[in-house]
Design a protein around this ligand. Sequence first.
Ligand code: ADE
Length: 263
Amino acid sequence: MCWKDCWTFKLEKAEGKETGMNYYILTLFPDMVLQGLNTSIIGRAMEKGILSIEAVNIRDYSRDKHKHVDDAPYGGGAGMVMQPGPVCDSYEDLCHRLGKRPRVLYMTPQGKVFNQTIAEELAKEKDLVFLCGHYEGIDERALELIVTDYLSIGDYVLTGGELPAMVMIDCISRLVPGVLNNDVSAEIESFHDNLLEYPQYTRPEVYEGKKVPEVLLSGHHKNIEIWRRQQSIRRTLERRPDLLKEASLSPGEEAYLKELTKE
Ligand code: ADE
C-alpha cells in the first residue's frame, strides 16, 4: 500500500467518525499538500480521526484530451491563467458528494492577511475548502462563482497557493479540540491577549554560564505567573509594539509598561 492508499483509508476512517474538521484542498499539486501535512501533530490528529484532509486534483476535471487546465490570458500578457471549468467542476463535484456547499478560501496575495483571529473564526467550521491557484492565477469568473473568502499569508508573492493553504491548515488545526494534547497550550502562547509569549527554559539549569531565572526554580506559582506576564509585556514592547494597542492589561501591568517605556 502506498501513502496515497493510506490517505484514502484515513479519509474513509474519518468519514465514519465525527471529525472535528474536514479540509478539502483543490490543487494541481495534491502530493505536495498531502505529504506536507502528513507528519507530526497534524498527522497524528488525522490518525485519531479528529481531522481529515482530502486533496482534489483540479486536473482530473479537465475535459481536454491532453488534460490542460490553463490557457493564455485574453487581452495578452505573460503567463497562463487557470481555466474556470476544471476549478468550478472540482468544487461542484465535491459539494455533490458532501451534500453541502462549504466555504471556499482562495489563497491569494490580494486577500485579507491571515492572522490568529481569522484562524479562530475558521476553526468553528466543520468543513473548509482551500482553493490553490498557480501560474498567473485563476479566471475571475470561477472566483466570482465559488469563492467566499480571499486570504493571503503576507505581502509577498509565492508561486502557488499550496504553501499558504498548508500554513493556514496547520494554524487552524491546533485550535480544533483534541488536536493538541494540552488544552491550555493553544491559549497561553503568542498572540493570546495580543501579547507575545514569555521566554521558556528547560534543563540544564546552567548552560554556557547562563542561568535559568531564579523565580522559575522557586516553585512559587503566583510569582512565576507575575514574572511571565511581565516578560510577555517587555517582549511585546521590544519586538511587536504594534500589538500593545489591543492588549488587555491590568492597572498594575499598565504601570509596569509605563515604567518600561521610560527605561
Ligand atoms: N499565492 C501567492 N502568494 C500568496 C500569498 N502571499 N498568500 C496567499 N496566497 C498566495
